[in-house]
Ligand binder design. Sequence first.
Ligand SMILES: [Zn+2]
Length: 289
Amino acid sequence: MFEMVQAASRSFYIQSPAKIGVMLGEDNEVSLLDSGSDKDAGRKVKKILDAQGWKLKAIFNTHAHADHIGGNRCLQPQTGCCIYSSGIECAFARDPLWEPAFLYGGNPPRYLRRKFLMAQESEVQPLEPEALSPDWKCIPLPGHAFDMAGFRTPDGAVCLADCLASEATLAKHQVAFLDVEDCLATLDKVKGLQAGDLRPRPRRCLPGHRAAGRAQHRQGARDSLPHRGHLRISSQLRADPEAPLRRLRPCHDLGVARARGQQGAILILLGLRTRTKAELRDNMLCWHR
Ligand SMILES: [Zn+2]
């Protein structure tokens, strides 16, 4: 963990629980794609950059989940770097209380305000086109989060954020999506990286929670979370809408908030496709068609 690996001529990544992209620009200035999960990650990243003699100019947060923005607070005061994130991810990253509040659906209890779900605040700006080098490309990847974005650098590295996940990540966290249909559309887009609308072929794909590789987007897109998770959970929900809650391990602090989010995403999809509706009956929330 926390070793820097070269991905393309001027692109690197730091292997950590959520990969951190390091893109070398002119005059030894670098931009990060995400910043790690907490201040310890931030410290380790700073040490790596210092060892290379590189100055941190900007952080581009792919989305506002705590494991991707947690190093912001440590790195920004030390380096004066600018931090950018796209769309509503900017608001979530600026005020990280939104994340547990959104998932929980209310004022989140203390156990949901820990670093796994809630990063520390940082000064994040909206990602406008002029913030990016003209030869970079921002790739919208919605579904896992509202406005998740990937990035393509001129040397052919493509950061895919969390639209793909490894088998180990799937086994540990099960599914993680905000909008199933957006997730599926994003996977179609990622599969097209080689032959579709994002030519030329990437030299190296960098998913946040999956091994880096040239063809990872194709393999990952076939078996990744939304396809499998959608099929499994939507069939369960047809028979038993509370099933995801019962499958959670006891005392899994984050499980309740996460399950509510997943269940909401699936129910929205079922509502769109099968006209499933939620209704209060005798003070019980019921779903019916
Ligand atoms: Zn994420």
